[in-house]
Design a protein around this ligand. Sequence first.
Ligand SMILES: N[C@@H](CCC(=O)N[C@@H](CS)C(=O)NCC(=O)O)C(=O)O
Length: 236
Amino acid sequence: MNERRYRLIGSTASPYAVKLRAILRYRRIPFDWVIMTKALRKQAGHLRPNLIPVLQYPDGSFRGETTALAYDLEARHPDRSVIPEDKAIAFVCDLLEDLADEWAVKPLFLYRWWDPEDQAYVSRWAAEEWSVSDAEAGSAEEIEHFRIRQISRMPILGATAENKPLLEESYRQILAAFEPHVGMTKYLFGSRPNSICRSLSPMRKPLRKASSDWRSMSGTCLMRCRRSSIRSNASI
Ligand SMILES: N[C@@H](CCC(=O)N[C@@H](CS)C(=O)NCC(=O)O)C(=O)O
């Protein structure tokens, strides 16, 4: 490993990995993007909880939890901060980031794993990069293992038939609430990207790819989050 660089170990199928990648890119912190292999899973196996992504620091240590990592990176690298200077706005930003990380992931999970068409698409995509079984990455066995694994986790995320209307409605409400505040030339809370843009924007990508419902929403604020990310050199 290059002594001076971070390594972000994740998967393009993980919104949290893509969130942290956008932060590192926008903040111009040198890093390498690495797919989570079985060997790397073992190396980072001591982390609790053991999730994706993992950031390997230049000193070789592994750490998890994207929000905690984003704050630690703020302490270590002062330039191009994604935390608003005004403390009240920074608090609201934190709250909305929490909404994206802890709630928006529920409709995401539902949209990914509800329809057989979406299940097939996402399991093919993620099984190349996630390595959750002993089967070869990307093999038919790994794809099926991943599909069954994720579907079995739907109740844990609350993505059940009972909750489906609620999750879909709350997702539409989140989009509607953000809609007036995001544009090609404006970010939430100011003139530059912040942590909520970084957190919410990756939710768009899996949803766009996975969900037929999402296809009709492609002109929404999350799409503009994506375009503004590209403009600010923080492409997700
Ligand atoms: N709060 C964590 C959430 C990370 C997370 O839930 N990652 C998912 C993938 S998107 C994961 O690793 N799930 C467990 C698994 O699939 O084994 C963070 O921000 O890093």
